[in-house]
Design a protein. Structure first.
Length: 293
């Protein structure tokens, strides 16, 4: 059993990335695996000064900053039933549609606007149906008294929007917006605006952690994989002089995600794979957060 003594007042940010239903399960699994090895370390992660969540990561961020114990959140991923909607998804076909939509885009903002337009034009389930799925993931519509940042993109302007407890938007609506995968789920309507997945800008949006002294990123993707949207390496570089560390998915985790990371069937395998990754990463993460130990 590893233990940690936290010295000083290090400002710590936890960044939770996108990855679909599989990503939610995997990130909870990683945290559960770290708790298996070092409970004080896991408690420090859950108590991060700032928690930033994008898409799947927004779900996990909202969950771990709530009142439900981590073990219970993890166990839910293994349960045979859930609020999730199963959907057939051809990632290659979706990537092709998105690629066609952004062809000729002048800059990143224009690319996001074009993706927003595609999302608005796609026939999907109703907004109410999708919102009910997200409400089923969370235990409350109330924001925690924490620095929790949920990222989404305005479908019309392409602007990144940071939802916080002071923005006047309920937590369920904020997470629904952050998880509105373009071309799959409906853009979320909030205050007369329509919002799509925060991953349209970046799967991590780690640059939003500027000002933290230590930043830990959990990403359900392998190291070295070029991101379709956003550049994690560049985002981490702009956080200097902050110390940064990333927990990536391993080959077994990628296998668990399968060809459709939005499938309900990925929950159990992804959670278990994440737990193994978390156990293996615990010592490195502990040293990262407390280098003087």
């Amino acid at each position: 059993m590893l233990s940690a003594r936290w010295e000083g007042t290090v400002t710590f940010a936890l960044v939770l990335c996108g990855g679909g239903v599989a990503g939610v399960a995997w990130e909870l699994g990683v945290l559960r695996g770290i708790a298996d090895v070092d409970e004080p370390l896991a408690a420090r992660l859950l108590a991060a000064d700032t928690v930033i969540g994008t898409s799947a990561g927004s779900t996990v961020a909202a969950q771990i900053t709530g009142d439900t114990p981590l073990a219970a959140l993890y166990d839910r991923q293994l349960a045979p039933s859930s609020s999730e909607l199963d959907i057939e998804l051809d990632l290659t076909e979706l990537a092709s549609r998105l690629g066609t939509a952004v062809g000729g885009a002048r800059d990143a903002a224009d690319r996001r606007r074009r993706i927003g337009a595609l999302a608005l034009a796609t026939d999907t389930v109703s907004e109410a149906t999708r919102r009910a799925v997200i409400a089923g993931r969370l235990d409350s519509d109330l924001w925690p008294v924490r620095d929790l940042r949920i990222l989404a993109v305005d479908a019309a302007t392409g602007e990144l929007v940071v939802f916080t407890r002071d923005c006047g938007v309920g937590l369920v609506d904020a997470v629904t917006a952050s998880c509105a995968v373009p071309g799959v789920w409906p853009p979320a309507t909030i205050g007369g605006r329509r919002y799509v997945d925060g991953g349209v800008r970046s799967a991590s949006n780690a640059d939003l952690a500027r000002g933290a002294q230590a930043v830990l990123v959990l990403t359900p993707s392998p190291p070295g994989q070029p991101g379709a949207w956003g550049d994690l390496g560049a985002e981490l570089s702009c956080l200097a002089p902050a110390r940064t560390n990333v927990v990536f998915a391993d080959e077994e985790s990628i296998d668990a995600f399968g060809a459709n990371p939005l499938s309900v069937a990925t929950r159990g395998p992804s959670a278990r794979a994440g737990r193994i990754v978390g156990r293996a990463a615990a010592q490195t993460v502990g040293t990262f957060l407390n280098p003087k130990q």
